[in-house]
Design a binder for this molecule. Structure first.
Ligand SMILES: [Zn+2]
Length: 431
């Protein structure tokens, strides 16, 4: 089969979180801390293999039709990972862009949903295209740019970064983000791309749906409403698979479903008021959620503010770090966009200020330590390449891995030479 006949459909959706053994996470965290000193980016897979708990993954799609479709005949249908570990911070923009670049946020530059760049003297704000589309924000090389450079076409429906010119290129076909687009519409877009004549047809297609995240924040990860959103998302998955099947593409297309992060139940009673700790008029507007970026206007104030925060955090469910002291396992230091002081809460706490926090009710939050089991995402895959991997590894359920690995997996399927990235050379599934 020629490389051009391989189409990787990457569909992203957020995850309903599931009960997992906390001990497993603690062991993984301890292990990470022990190993962080000697760790090279490409040692990650070894750590994951040895960090295995043996616990079965119960994912977003468990018990739902699409999952059964993937699972009931695993020899025929594919592969799933026990979980997909997000990069830090476990929020939407950094992680979607990590998934398509294979880079940690500190390396691709999208270090949060909002952040300040002291060199550009400008704020990135994800909800405002005027503040996020400019090429100046976007580092690294997303897979659709890698594809374009090597003569392949792509179709991208509202993936983070796809509406920006990056390295002078954009997806061959793309739709910008529109919260009103239905899942049926997304399926039609994917199918229309697959129905193009061969010389116009993309080899890489991706689509993003935000419904599960949207409902999860407003109604909580354990709500009935979220179950409904999950069922709709599963239906979309089934429709995509049926569309492939009708076109006789099940033995040609490789299909991946990922989520960018998990979610934990919360309410507005877990707030840490920063203006009770230091004078917030001395710092740039507070950004980040649930963590907080603290960037003093005057560098000379950094130490004093940091010490106040450090004292206030004693025996409290949060920690503050100077940028150079952020734990190595976060891979979150080497960018000026990371603030001089970063404060990270434990679940389900969030930072706030008396002055600016208005009444809003949030029942689901993500953005915490990326090794928290509740922050995990999913990786489900079907298609000829994954069937082969499952055959070679003699299992349909592989160990969890970091989402920096997804870029190389897609590059391998498309037979593209990958750009420099933090994932495993050659793809973690082929190690
Ligand atoms: Zn979200």
């Amino acid at each position: 089969m020629s490389s051009s006949s391989h189409v990787s459909v990457l569909v992203s959706q957020n995850e309903k979180e599931i009960d997992e053994d906390l001990k497993e996470s603690e062991e993984l965290m301890d292990k990470n801390d022990r190993e962080s000193d000697e760790e090279e980016p490409q040692d990650v897979p070894e750590r994951l293999e040895s960090g295995e708990s043996g616990q079965e993954r119960e994912g977003l799609l468990s018990g739902h039709p699409a999952d059964e479709e993937l699972q009931e005949n695993p020899d025929k249908n594919g592969l799933q990972a026990k979980y997909l570990i997000p990069s830090f911070p476990s929020v939407t923009f950094p992680n979607h862009y990590t998934i398509v670049t294979g880079l940690y946020p500190e390396s691709h530059g999208i270090v949060g949903n909002e952040f300040y760049d002291p060199d550009l003297k400008d704020y990135f704000y994800y909800k405002d295209p005027r503040k996020s589309l400019d090429s100046k924000w976007w580092g690294g090389e997303p897979i659709w740019v890698t594809a374009a450079k090597q003569g392949q076409k792509s179709g991208v429906s509202q993936w983070v970064g796809s509406s920006s010119v990056i390295k002078g290129l954009m997806p061959t076909y793309h739709y910008p983000f529109d919260p009103n687009v239905t899942m049926d519409e997304q399926v039609s877009r994917v199918m229309n791309w697959l129905d193009l004549p061969l010389n116009e047809r993309p080899t890489f297609i991706s689509a993003y749906v935000s419904d599960v995240d949207y409902i999860g924040h407003r109604k909580g990860p354990d709500s009935v409403e979220l179950d409904e959103a999950l069922k709709l998302t599963d239906n979309m998955t089934r429709n995509l698979l049926e569309g492939l099947s009708q076109r006789n593409l099940m033995n040609i297309v490789n299909f991946i479903i990922v989520s960018d992060h998990g979610m934990v139940a919360s309410n507005d009673s877990n707030l840490i008021y920063l203006d009770e700790i230091f004078n917030i008029s001395k710092v740039h507007p507070l950004v980040g959620y649930p963590l907080v970026d603290i960037r003093p206007y005057d560098d000379l104030d950094t130490n004093e503010i940091y010490l106040k925060l450090k004292n206030a955090s004693l025996n409290k469910p949060w920690e503050c770090f100077l940028r150079d002291e952020i734990p190595e396992r976060y891979h979150f230091r080497k960018s000026h966009r990371i603030p001089p002081i970063l404060c990270i809460p434990l679940m389900p706490w969030t930072f706030a200020s008396r002055e600016f926090t208005t009444n809003h009710t949030t029942f689901g939050i993500h953005g915490y330590d990326n090794l928290e089991p509740m922050m995990r995402g999913i990786f489900l895959a079907a298609g000829p390449v994954f069937r082969k991997v499952a055959g070679n590894t003699k299992t349909n359920v592989v160990n969890g891995f970091y989402n920096i690995e997804v870029y190389n997996i897609i590059a391998k399927i498309l037979e593209l030479m990958p750009a420099e990235n933090n994932g495993t050379v050659g793809g973690i599934l082929w190690k």
